[in-house]
Each structure stands twice: as C-alpha cells, then as structure tokens.
Design a protein around this ligand. Structure first.
Ligand code: NAP
Ligand code: ZN
Length: 352
C-alpha cells in the first residue's frame, strides 16, 4: 500500500478538503496511473451530497471522479497491453466478475458483480473505492483504455463518462443519417450527445432551459435549438423525433418530450435525477412510444468511442480548473453554469 493525495468530502453537506488515501501496490494484473485530468460529472455531485441514498447510499469520506486520464507509471508482471509512459483512461468501472453472460458479451456495465470506480466495495483493501480526484489510481488492466494521442487530454477526460454514456445509447438505437434526434439538457452529457448525434449524421435538435446556450448548441453541432420553456417552440416538433436523449440532472416534465416522438420513437434517460419522474401512460401508448434508460457503457465500446473521437476530432468542451476550485465548481454545476464540463488539472494537487 502507498499514500495518494486526494480531495474528499466528509459528509453530504461538507465541502471538499485535501486528504490522503491508501492505494494498493499494483498486483500482477494492475496498472498504476498518474492522473493528469479528471472531469467533474454531475454523478459526482449526486454522490457527494448523498442524493442517491435510496439506490446507492454514499459511504463517507468520499473521493469521487470517474473521468480519468493519465500516464502509466508502473505495470504488474502479467500486464500485456500497457507499459510505463502510455496514456491511459479509466471510466466508471474498475472491476467485474468477467464470467457472467454480460461480461462475456463485453457489457460489463450490467455485470451484477461490477465494481464502480468510487463509492463501491473495494475488494482489495476493504472499505470503499476512491475515484479520480487524486494524484494516482491503480486499476486492473481489463478496465483501462487507450487514450488516442491526438486528443487534448483535458477534453478527453470527460469522454470516459459523459462520452460513453451518450455514445452507447445512440449506437444501440441505431442513430444514423436521416434520423431526427433530440438532446435534452446542454450540460456535460448533453453537449457530448449533440456532438455524437451530429457526427453520426443525424438531424440534431438541442433542448435547453438556458437561452444563453443557444449559439453554443449550434456550434456544437445542433441543427436547431429549442428553448424548452416555450410551449410554442415545443409544439412545432410534436410527433417528429425518432430518438430523444434525456440528460437532465433534476426533476422535469418528461411527458413534454414523449409527445415529441413519432410512432415507435424512443426516449432514453441517461440523466438520473434524485426523485422519480412522473410518466403519462397515454403519451407512451398512443404512438407505441418507448421509454428506456442506459447506464455508461462496456469497456470494448468505451475504446470504440475513444477511437471514434480520435477519427472525428471530438473532445469535450472544458473549463480547466485547479482542484482547489472544486467547491466553487460544484456550486456552478448546480446552476447549469459550466461550458460544458469542468476538467480538473491534477498538477494542482502537487501544490499546497
Ligand atoms: P450537468 O452538466 O449538470 O448537466 C445537466 C443539464 O440538465 C444542465 O446543464 C441543464 O441543461 C439541465 N437541467 C438542470 N436542471 C434542470 C431543471 N431543473 N430542469 C430542466 N433542465 C435542467 O450534468 P451531467 O454531468 O451532464 O449529468 C446529467 C445527469 O446524468 C445527472 O443526473 C448525472 O448523474 C447523470 N449521469 C448518468 C449516467 C448514466 O450512466 N446514465 C452517467 C453520467 C451521468 P440546460 O441548461 O441546457 O437546460
Ligand atoms: Zn459520470
């Protein structure tokens, strides 16, 4: 074991503060990574504030962070795919059983015995896993992906969660040229959803509650932008969408979007608000529409997504911050005031 520097919260209403955590020495299958950048996902905020207590209560102290890019500093004796100095990425998962039907199908996100990057049982050290708001992490090589060298690293970090979480359902629902796709909520996930839908050739409509984001949405790849608080603007799109990705972090009226789907259209929730959403049965059954959810993505698909980003020159639009500004960043995230992802420059953890 060794000591790593990190930022943690001590309780649901506590601010982040500097701390020291234990990391395991690399086992034969492990890769040790010096973390260079870590994105701030709204899931980090939900967890730090224990907003998901009914589904996955937070164990404090908590070190969030599952959008990790860094450089390999050490590899175990059995590691074959990585060597010291390689660029590496780690997302929301750090382990799974590897034997269940989901793992055999490269869908580790559905493994009943998966281990999340933070706030999950740590099989090696006991206690809970600690995430990427830290200077280093040790991860089984099966859960480490290659970060293409042409990607800006600060902007690549958010691909490990916001990227895969929006890419995966779009691939699953067959988004291609000729499809009309809506993306609801222009935050970390939503702005990646717009980029991917555009790169896949769809006609993209961004829905936002923030009129100030309109110009950006067009620049990010939206063909149209709808200010969702305007009933008139919403009505113009009734019954017209093949697919809508809902990436909203808070309570909102999902029925307004169900009505925008065409026959057999699908709306997929990737946003995970604290409280249940009310869904009108009629909205779904008139039109045989469907409502789905989608969690992150498997490791193979995460690598595919990174390679897609490399080919298409896609990274997240980031505001790079030192870790000392993490409390301020959380306040801004709560106000939907970030363009469009905070990426923590972990070099700042070296300074006092
Ligand atoms: P984020 O950056 O905070 O973006 C959320 C966006 O939702 C905001 O930018 C805002 O967009 C919109 N929004 C916020 N409050 C709203 C309200 N009261 N009514 C309507 N719209 C509102 O968050 P994120 O990191 O993208 O995460 C979004 C959600 O996805 C979170 O719940 C997160 O936990 C979840 N998530 C799920 C997965 C998964 O595996 N499914 C993975 C990662 C994250 P506008 O300003 O454009 O309206
Ligand atoms: Zn996330």
């Amino acid at each position: 074991m060794y000591n790593a520097k990190a930022y943690s919260v001590a309780g649901a209403t506590s601010p982040f503060a500097a701390t020291t955590i234990k990391r395991r020495d690399p086992t034969p299958h492990d890769v040790q990574i010096e973390i260079l950048f870590c994105g701030i996902c709204h899931s980090d905020l939900h967890t730090a504030r224990n907003e998901w207590s009914s589904v996955m209560p937070t164990v404090f102290p908590c070190v969030p962070g599952h959008e990790i890019v860094g450089r390999v500093t050490k590899v175990g004796s059995a590691v074959t795919r990585f060597g010291s100095g390689d660029l590496a990425g780690v997302g929301c998962l750090v382990d799974s059983d590897g034997t269940c039907p989901e793992c055999r199908a490269s869908l580790e996100q559905f493994c009943p015995n998966g281990t999340l990057t933070y706030n999950a049982r740590d099989k090696h050290l006991g206690g809970v896993t600690y995430g990427g708001y830290s200077d280093s992490v040790v991860v089984d090589e099966r859960f480490v992906v290659r970060v293409p060298s042409n990607l800006d690293l600060a902007g690549a970090a958010p691909l490990l969660c916001a990227g895969i979480t929006t890419y995966s359902p779009m691939r699953h629902w067959g988004i291609t040229k000729g499809k009309k796709v809506g993306v609801v909520g222009l935050g970390g996930l939503g702005h990646m959803g717009v980029k991917f839908a555009h790169a896949l050739g769809a006609h993209v409509v961004a829905f936002t509650t923030s009129p100030r984001k309109k110009e950006d949405a067009l620049r990010l790849g939206a063909d149209e932008v709808v200010i969702s608080r305007s009933a008139d603007e919403m009505r113009k799109h009734a019954g017209s969408f093949d697919f809508i990705l809902d990436a909203v972090s808070a309570d909102h009226d999902i029925n307004a979007y169900v009505h925008l789907l065409r026959r057999d259209g699908n709306i997929t929730l990737v946003g995970a608000p604290e409280k249940p959403l009310a869904v009108s049965a009629f909205g779904l059954l008139l039109g045989r529409r469907s409502l789905s959810g989608s969690p992150i993505g498997g490791i193979r698909e995460t690598q595919e997504m990174l390679d897609f980003c490399s080919t298409h020159g896609i990274t997240a639009d980031v505001e790079v911050i030192p870790i000392q500004k993490v409390n301020e960043a959380y306040q801004r995230l709560l106000k939907s005031d970030v363009k469009y992802r905070f990426s923590i420059d972990m070099a700042s953890l070296k300074s006092p």
